[in-house]
Every structure is written in structure tokens, then in C-alpha cells.
Design a protein around this ligand. Structure first.
Ligand SMILES: [Zn+2]
Length: 323
């Protein structure tokens, strides 16, 4: 079903079964000549059917429609090739486009997870059940690459790309300056917190994320349209809350660490998670994967602040509080 947000702007809610995110917001702008669809859902039939139904209701001609994908995750990019026509432009971040490189492999991720204490025997299973592998586009799309500051026009909408690294390295939000609308992708969410993970020690995703929150803090915005769930809230207030959340999470990691020396997987196991499982061992493997990535992001952040020290001399990387 499609709901009207304002003149020529609609939202289609695309279900994401078995995902804690519940659904994805796909935004549709109807222009005079061409339309624009912002984010698409997973590459699976249940998402395709919801999109098709919404687009039919809105009488969208896919031969006159372009796409903008806020970041590389499969719940945003997955369906694009099933919806795009030959004339469709697919706007996408130059930085996130690198993960679609045909030479990219999951092996460095697997090695890095093992280095951080993820049980070696479970790694292949974790990758196999990763939605990024299962529900991505089956081919590499031909992208029209965009960078910070580029403008995408559709009808009376003039959307400025705002690079907001953190949730992914190349995450892009869209800002409509005159209408004061901010399409926030997964950079700002309201009833859940965006997932921030690190899968390499040379990236400090959480520091990047906080800098990207500060970057947009003063934008005049009346309406924030996030990639998931609801949109009833002020941008500034939400940014303040998200910064407090990560501060508290980092403090929790310090508390878990105490005076011990632990690896990231063991730290993730002792952190609190908003998931319906009695024990860490009961977590579905994909959730243990995401939790470990989030723990690493906070560990890397604390290390950057000089509050903890990383020891990479052994087979498994460990952390301890800086004395
Ligand atoms: Zn995402």
C-alpha cells in the first residue's frame, strides 16, 4: 500500500520478513517527465510484490523511473534490477559502489571475524545466512555514481546528496532545501537505533557516524524520512538521543571489560541486546554476527579515545582498559 506524504511524494512500506527492522520505507516522487524511487527492499518475492502493488496504485511507469539507493545494504538495493527499466538511472554512492566490485570477496571479513574470536566453525554458516549475500541484486547494477553535494532533480524536488559515513562508509542522505525534507536512509531512525559496525580496524565507523550526525545537526529540516519505521520526530532531538545512546553503549563496553582482557566476540556475548533470547548461544547466528560487528565498532571507538588498548600480538585480538 502506498501512502501520500505530501504533493507528489509517497511511501511504500515493504515488508522484511525475519528482520528485526520489520519493513523498509521506499519513497516515490512522481515527476512530470520522470519519477524517482528512493530505496527498494530485498531481492525476494515478498518485497517485489509489495513494491509492485504500491507502484501500480500510484500508476508509476517504470519506463520513466529512476532510482536512488541511500547505501549498499540489501534491504535498500536488493530489488533495484527487478524494477529498473533500460532507461532507468540508478544513482548510488561512489564509495559504497566499491562493495559491488566483481572481485570483492567475503574472505577478509571471515578472517577478521576469526581474529576477533568468532568461532571458526560457525563462520561459513554466518556468511551463508547473511542477508547481504542472500538478498542482493543478482548482477552488478550499472550505477550513476554520486558524491557529497551532487544534486538529483525530480519534478519540483531538488535533492542534494549529503555524504554521511558511519552506518556504511558511503551512506548518502538527501536534502530538499526549499521543502526542508531530509531523506535520512539508515543514518537517522526513530524507533530503533541505526546499526553501526566495524569489520576492519582501520575504520572507526562510530567516530565517522558521530561526525556525520554533527554534520547535519544544523540543517533546517521540518520532516525527516527514514529508511525504516516511523517518521514523527525532530532531527536535532533524535541526534542528541543517538549520541547519548552510543556514549552509554561505549560505557557499557568499558564496564563489561572491567579489569579483564577479552576479545570482541566475548565482549559482545556479555553486552545487553534487545533480542528475545535467553542466552547468547540462543542468538541466531546472523544476530551474533551483527552484535560482534557492533561491539568492534565501539571497541575501535574507545581505542581511538585512548580509553582501551588493543593487543594484536596473539592469534586472537584482545582488549583491556588503558591503565
Ligand atoms: Zn542499512
Amino acid at each position: 500500500m502506498a501512502d501520500e506524504i505530501m504533493k507528489s511524494l509517497y511511501r511504500i512500506v515493504v515488508p522484511l520478513p525475519n528482520s528485526p527492522l520489520k519493513d523498509l520505507n521506499s519513497y516515490v516522487i512522481k515527476g512530470e517527465d520522470r519519477n524517482l524511487i528512493i530505496d527498494t527492499g530485498f531481492n525476494r518475492s515478498v518485497c517485489y510484490e509489495a513494491m509492485k502493488k504500491g507502484l501500480d496504485e500510484l500508476d508509476i511507469d517504470l519506463d520513466r523511473t529512476d532510482f536512488m539507493l541511500t547505501h549498499m545494504h540489501a534491504d535498500h538495493t536488493g530489488l533495484v534490477l527487478r524494477l529498473a527499466s533500460e532507461s532507468s538511472k540508478i544513482y548510488f554512492s561512489r564509495i559504497d559502489a566499491r562493495v559491488f566490485d566483481k572481485d570483492i570477496s567475503w574472505q577478509p571479513l571471515i578472517d577478521f571475524a576469526e581474529l576477533n574470536g568468532f568461532p571458526a566453525g560457525e563462520l561459513q554458516k554466518a556468511i551463508a545466512s547473511h542477508p547481504g549475500l542472500k538478498y542482493s541484486p543478482h548482477e552488478i547494477p550499472v550505477f550513476t555514481l554520486v558524491d557529497d553535494g551532487d544534486v538529483i532533480e525530480c519534478g519540483s524536488y531538488r535533492l542534494r546528496c549529503v555524504a554521511t559515513p558511519g552506518h556504511t562508509k558511503g551512506h548518502i542522505c538527501l536534502y530538499e532545501e526549499v521543502k526542508k525534507i531530509f531523506f535520512s536512509g539508515d543514518h537517522i531512525l526513530f524507533d530503533i537505533t541505526p546499526h553501526i559496525e566495524s569489520w576492519a580496524y582501520d575504520t572507526n565507523s562510530l567516530a565517522d557516524y558521530i561526525a556525520s550526525l554533527d554534520k547535519i545537526y544544523d540543517l533546517p529540516v521540518n520532516l525527516v524520512l527514514p529508511g525504516h519505521r516511523n517518521f514523527q520526530g525532530s532531527l536535532k532531538k533524535r541526534i542528541d538521543e543517538l549520541k547519548i545512546h552510543h556514549r552509554e553503549r561505549a560505557d557499557e563496553v568499558l564496564k563489561v571489560l572491567g579489569s579483564e582482557t577479552l576479545n570482541a566476540y566475548a565482549i559482545a556475548a556479555r553486552m545487553t541486546w534487545d533480542i528475545d533470547c535467553e542466552t547468547w548461544e540462543d542468538f541466531p547466528i546472523a544476530q551474533r554476527w551483527f552484535a560482534t560487528g557492533e561491539a568492534i565498532a565501539h571497541l575501535r571507538y574507545l581505542e581511538g579515545e585512548g580509553r582501551i588498548t588493543r593487543d594484536a600480538t596473539e592469534k586472537i585480538v584482545t582488549f583491556c582498559a588503558t591503565s
